[in-house]
Design a protein around this ligand. Structure first.
Ligand SMILES: Nc1ncnc2c1ncn2[C@@H]1O[C@H](COP(=O)(O)OP(=O)(O)OP(=O)(O)O)[C@@H](O)[C@H]1O
Ligand SMILES: [Mg+2]
Length: 655
């Protein structure tokens, strides 16, 4: 098994280096994406083509108008070439002709405006469609990816990929493909029109065009690495922001607000500097290209002027139209710089987006996976070893059988691998060697969703969603009735505090449960785990942050709830451990001892020490409580709970 080799981490390390996936491969995939949207793309391109033809018509009509005027005003003015040979009746006065011409131009202009509106709407709808599809695909993939991916990646980078990078990839379809086709079509139509008017003049005017292409290629090479770096700097900025928001208590607690603000400013300045350098390159290239196209105008005035004087070229339908076409030609070529720019930013982002979409799903149901709805015989760790990274094993040769209906406690020092054991059981990770069996079947051969649903879990750090209390409890089964929600809350000893909340079960829980105490959060998580009535209950230090009285309350309620269930409780509290059928002492990923409370007192040094410390602490606690009663309310005693208390020093603060 390859552990910790998620693609994201590799990408993070590569800061601004040339990309690992070739541009050709990425281009091919982007083209395939565009091809899926060929219908709306063709629609938009068709509309753009009609727009080009309409703009040509306006130009042509204006040119004819100029020629008509010159034929009327100048003695040597030539007769205009009317489009499609439709000339105005001889009976019309010059003013009538000009008015009709103007009205025709106005009609074309209105048609153009209407079509531009339609093209903009179609193009906007297409881009939103692609963007939402990409984001949904990334999100769906993120839901399926295992913890390994998240361990090796960074959430800020993932957020940026779904937000900023997806948008750049979307831009490839409407900002690159459609525009490229439009520009190509426009240039072709213009060129054809110009060649039809005068071949030599066209060739002379466009002599500098190959230089424009060379410029575009040079420009593309210059901006390529910068775009990748820009996405990575975006990650840093989002990380600073998200971490600061999530850790706001720590930030304020240590009065580091201004330093955090500086850090955020610095992250933004880095982005600004990089973007400035990109803009600088764009800004240098665009005028340079503009200058080249202006050279064309010089040729036109010189050579074209001579042709007009010689009578080889009409003034309006010839020189005027030609000048405008050249101008439009230059505009379209300037678009090419933007398109090249967009291609580069799309390629940089595409690599980051495809990295997520291509990330293999390592943990999933095998095709022949068996279904399971309850544990009937038991759970077995069979010589299991596991490490989050290949260098360090966290669980080593663990063998343990837990019978159905049994309640097993796991205890051990911090970092021993207790939470990891539960994660392996839930198949958040797959074992490196050995097997985990449920009713004799390897978990890898069982339906993954079944395995996850089979076991209710209360995580060590409870996470709640920004939703109502009821919705948080019913997370595992949104269809649950109010009675079931309340029943689960009662078992978790959460019912009474929920009723005291302003809106009871409909009270909103702040982000991450910010408006609840640690103990309340834990009890809600417990209720959430109880709601689905799981066959197995995994409690990871579920009562660590509740006071001994509430813990007692929860324990009482749990005794009945645990009946008929297989339960694994990770705890360092003696009172909790004593309630279990068997206790496992885990140290450094190895099972050191297994037995009942009384057996372990004899066989395990660690357990004896834990027991001594806590018994001593309980004694002190009693002593303190007695003092409190006799102190007549003069002194407030601060209780210290938990196994870590070392000395019997009493902390008393006079109030
Ligand atoms: N996602 C992870 N990636 C890498 N290492 C991890 C990860 N989670 C835990 N570890 C490491 O694995 C070891 C066991 O961690 P685990 O969380 O299982 O300990 P624990 O016994 O539950 O400790 P505690 O009592 O503090 O909760 C620790 O050394 C920890 O640093
Ligand atoms: Mg733990």
């Amino acid at each position: 098994m390859s552990v910790g080799t998620g693609g994201i981490q590799k990408a993070e390390k590569s800061g601004g280096e040339p990309r690992k996936v070739s541009s050709a491969t990425l281009l091919r995939r982007l083209l395939a994406l565009a091809l899926e949207y060929r219908r709306p793309c063709v629609m938009v391109v068709l509309m753009q083509t009609v727009l080009v033809i309409l703009s040509l018509s306006t130009l042509g009509l204006t040119g004819v108008g100029i020629d008509y005027l010159s034929s009327q005003v100048l003695s040597n003015g030539e007769t205009p070439h009317w489009p499609f040979g439709i000339s105005p009746p001889a009976s019309w006065s010059p003013v009538q002709v000009i008015v009709v011409l103007s009205l025709t131009i106005l009609a074309v202009a209105m048609l153009t405006a209407g079509l531009k509106y339609l093209a903009a709407v179609a193009s906007g709808a297409l881009s939103q469609h692609i963007l939402i599809r990409l984001r949904t695909e990334i999100y769906a993939k993120l839901q399926r990816l295992g913890f390994q991916f998240y361990d090796s990646g960074e959430s800020s980078s993932i957020i940026n990929r779904a937000a900023g990078d997806a948008n750049n990839v979307r831009n490839f379809v409407d900002g690159v493909i459609i525009r490229l086709i439009t520009v190509f079509l426009t240039l072709t139509v213009f060129l054809a029109y110009m060649f039809r008017m005068h071949v030599e003049l066209t060739l002379a005017c466009l002599a500098t065009t190959p230089l424009l292409w060379v410029g575009a290629v040079v420009f593309s090479r210059m901006v390529q690495p910068a775009y990748r770096r820009a996405s990575e700097l975006g990650d840093v900025m989002i990380r600073t922001l998200v971490e600061n928001l999530q850790g706001i208590q720590v930030v304020k607690g240590f009065a580091r607000e201004s330093e955090q603000a500086d850090k955020f400013r610095a992250a933004n300045h880095d982005i600004r500097d990089l973007k400035t350098s990109i803009f600088f390159r764009i800004s240098t290239f665009q005028p340079a290209m503009g200058l080249l196209t202006q050279a064309n105008m010089l040729v036109l005035i010189g050579y074209g002027g001579v042709l007009v004087i010689r009578g080889e070229l009409a003034l309006g339908a010839g020189l005027f139209v030609f000048a405008n076409l050249l101008h439009e030609f230059a505009n379209q070529v300037a678009h090419i710089t933007n398109i090249v720019n967009s291609i580069q930013s799309s390629l940089a982002s595409a690599e980051r987006v495809f990295e997520v979409l291509d990330e293999p799903i390592r943990i999933q149901s095998s095709p022949a996976a068996a279904r399971i709805s309850a544990v009937l015989q038991g759970i077995e760790f069979d010589n299991v070893s596991f490490g989050y990274s290949p260098e360090k094993q966290v669980i080593r040769n663990v063998s343990l059988r837990i019978n159905a209906g049994e309640c097993v406690g796991i205890t051990g020092p911090t970092g021993a691998g207790k939470s990891t054991l539960l994660s392996l059981l839930k198949r958040f990770y797959d074992v490196e060697s050995g097997r985990i069996l449920i009713d004799g079947t390897d978990v890898r051969d069982l339906n993954l969703s079944d395995v996850r649903r089979l076991m209710g879990i209360v995580f060590q750090e409870s996470f709640l969603f920004s939703n109502t209390v009821a919705a948080n409890i019913a997370f595992g089964d949104p269809e649950a009735t109010q009675e079931r929600i309340e029943e689960a809350a009662r078992i978790a000893s959460a019912d009474s505090f929920i009723r005291e909340l302003p809106d009871g079960y409909q009270s909103m829980v702040g982000e991450h449960g910010s408006n609840l105490s640690g103990g309340q959060r834990q009890r809600l998580s417990l209720a959430r785990a109880m709601l689905t009535n799981p066959s197995v209950l995994l409690l990871d230090d579920a009562t660590a942050s509740v006071d001994p009285e509430t813990e007692h309350e929860i324990r009482e309620a749990m005794v009945s709830a645990m009946r008929g269930r297989t339960t694994i409780i990770v705890s360092n509290r003696l009172s909790t451990l004593r309630q279990t059928d068997r206790i496992v002492v885990l140290r450094n990923g190895v099972i050191e001892a297994v037995g009942t409370h009384d057996e372990l007192l004899r066989t395990s040094d660690y357990y004896r020490e834990l027991s001594d410390l806590q018994s001593r602490h309980e004694l002190e606690q009693k002593e303190l409580d007695q003092n409190e009663e006799t102190d007549d309310g003069q002194a407030m005693t601060i209780h210290m709970t938990g196994a870590n208390r070392v000395s019997g020093r009493r902390m008393t603060r006079v109030v």
